[in-house]
Design a protein around this ligand. Structure first.
Ligand code: CO
Length: 189
């Protein structure tokens, strides 16, 4: 009998221990796996290895049926076109009109056609001191093919060039501070 009781008790003890063990497991369930981290936002595909954004193509103008190239300049400090296409050996007429409203002393405009190869920025630097001559520098006269006068609001001027040989001729406004934006190319073909 004692042995049997002992066995029973042993069984009880084992059962109790087992129950406790199970209870312990239930009171502290293994932590559920953490939710998956949200997927990182997909990065856009790498852009093609192009250089800096290309400059927008310049507005191109050509002589109208009367042979006149019309350009305007405004208070936004821009010419209406960045490229003029003309034919070699033909008379060239360019009319520039200042359609702005700001005073000439603050926002005057002119247009100088320069010889091929002339650096318009370097030329404009020389022109800064030439206020008395509408910012057409006398020490750069040999680089100037033709130029308008300095125009205030509403004013216009026309330049006529007998003809030009094929080539690319820079044009620029030499009012101080304008040349970096107000420039373009007269392309003779
Ligand atoms: Co200007």
């Amino acid at each position: 009998m004692r042995i049997a009781m002992r066995e029973v008790c042993l069984c009880c003890a084992l059962a109790t221990a087992s129950a406790l063990g199970c209870g312990g497991d239930k009171s502290a369930p293994p932590p559920s796996p953490p939710p998956a981290a949200p997927a990182a936002p997909s990065t856009p595909a790498a852009q093609p290895a192009t250089a800096a954004p290309a400059m927008p193509a310049p507005v191109v103008v050509a002589p109208d049926e009367s042979g006149v190239v019309h350009l305007t300049a405004a208070d936004q400090m821009r010419f209406s076109a960045g490229r003029i296409n003309v034919k070699a050996g033909q008379p060239i007429t360019i009319e520039l009109k200042n359609i702005g409203t700001l005073a000439k002393e603050a926002m005057g405009h002119n247009l100088l056609v320069l010889k091929p190869g002339t650096d318009p920025m370097a030329f404009a630097m020389k022109a800064i001191a030439a206020k008395a001559t509408d910012y057409v520098p006398t020490d750069g006269a040999d680089q100037v093919i033709a130029h308008t006068k300095l125009l205030g609001p509403g004013e216009s001027d026309t330049i006529k060039i007998a003809s030009l040989a094929a080539g690319t001729y820079p044009f620029v406004c030499t009012f101080p501070g304008h040349a970096a934006i107000m420039n373009g190319q007269l392309v003779v073909e």
